[in-house]
Each structure stands twice: as C-alpha cells, then as structure tokens.
Design a protein around this ligand. Structure first.
Ligand code: GRF
Length: 228
C-alpha cells in the first residue's frame, strides 16, 4: 500500500487495514465490554448502534466517564446503558482513581475495556487488572503524533496523510501493539476541526472492526502473538 500517494484513492476515502467480518451469530456469547470515555460519544454511539443492529457480537456493560458534562453520558442513558461518573478531581492519586475504575468494571463483569476519548493517563493498577485487554482509539497513525495534540501536530507538521489507530493500552501514553489503522488524507485547507471530523468517520469504522476481531472466538487469544 502506497501511503505517500494520495492519488491512489479518492481524497476522502480512507485506506483501511483489512476488514474483519462481523460475527454471523452476534447474539451468541457476546463479548462483555466496558467503555471509558469523556467526550461527545460519537465512537460510543457507533459501537452501540453496531451492537443493536447485530453487526457486532458484543454487549456494553457500563460506560465510565470522568467529565461531569460529557455528552457521552446522555448518549448511554438514552440507550438504557448504565453510565457512571468518576471524577478524577475527587482523587488525590491516580492509582486510587484507577482502582475505583477497576472495581466498577469488575462489578459490571467486563471482559475487555474500550477507551474512546478517555483523556487520562492510566496506571499499572488498571493495566494489571485487564492485562492486554484494554484498547484505545487515537486520532493519528501511531507511532506518529501521540498525545492530546495529535491532530494539530499533524497539520503543523505538514503531513499529507494522517488517520487513526486502535491499539492495546500500555503504560506509556498512546503506545502498545497496533490492532488496526485507517489512513485519512490531510487537505491543504484543513483545520483541526475539519480533519478531526474526517478522521472520526474512520474511527467509527475501525473501532467496530477491532472489537469484532477481539470478539471472534479463538481470535482474541492469538491477537497479540500475531502482532509481535
Ligand atoms: C476521538 O477522536 C478519539 O480519537 C480521541 O477522542 C475522541 C473521542 O471522540 N481519543 P468521541 O467522544 O467518541 O466523539
């Protein structure tokens, strides 16, 4: 795949890594996921809709959010999905905050954790409770542009291709084995808002593909060994 030549695909069409076929029988033994988010919730909505349309063999047990005004909470509740506010400002230590998150996820019987717009650093407390079972979506082609200014930096740097990445969460911010990526062209007139909007369209696609891949029986056990 030649990512250096935008002419190989229409400008707004992403170059997506190979698609995963959704499960044929999504009702059987769905993967129990917990969502951690603090934004508008567009990725959450994409996941929830894919599940309700039976395109994804998963079940959202719980949404945890840390911003009291996060719209994702309303998006969850209007779908009858429990949403729990855990405000990091109520905790003096990151580890204590993460322990509370772990307790909620365990109580909700969560198997895999999906971060979609979780803007907090995580500690070993969370990582150790769900070893290699936490995924995150990030709005760049990692390892380029980790951190919270990924979209602005991509524009400032002048890259002509950016995109989004789903990866396993490790202690270092936006590191960890990459599960899925989609490339998105950067236009000369792009602002952070316009580029983010185009990237998010692809995020909604690859986060569903990544969860589908994890949810496939026998696949999840081998997911990482194939990627080292
Ligand atoms: C996404 O663009 C994701 O890449 C970033 O946070 C954003 C969350 O968006 N980490 P939304 O709340 O799902 O709309």
């Amino acid at each position: 795949m030649n990512l250096s030549s935008p002419d190989v695909s229409p400008p707004d069409q992403a170059l997506v890594s190979p698609a995963v076929q959704p499960c044929d029988h999504p009702q059987q033994n769905p993967l129990k996921i917990g969502i951690m988010a603090s934004g508008t919730g567009s990725n959450f909505v994409a996941i929830a809709d894919a599940i309700s349309q039976q395109h994804l063999a998963a079940q959202i047990q719980l949404v945890i959010y840390n911003n009291p005004n996060a719209p994702v909470a309303d998006r969850a509740r209007e779908r009858g999905i429990p949403a729990a506010l855990l405000n990091h400002r109520d905790f003096s230590q990151r580890e204590a905050f993460d322990q509370q998150i772990v307790d909620l996820l365990h109580t909700a019987d969560v198997e895999w954790v999906v971060m979609v717009g979780w803007m907090r650093r995580v500690t070993h407390v969370l990582i150790d409770a769900f070893p290699d079972r936490i995924i995150n979506i990030h709005p760049s082609l990692l390892p380029s542009f980790p951190g919270i200014r990924a979209i602005e930096q991509a524009i400032e740097y002048g890259v002509t291709i950016s995109g989004c990445t789903v990866h396993i969460v490790r202690l270092e911010v936006d590191s960890g084995p990459i599960l899925m990526q989609a490339a998105v062209p950067v236009h000369p007139e792009d602002t952070p808002t316009s580029l983010h909007h185009r990237i998010q369209v692809q995020e909604h696609d690859i986060i569903i593909q990544a969860i589908a891949q994890i949810a496939q029986p026998h696949t999840s056990h081998n997911l990482l060994t194939h990627r080292h």
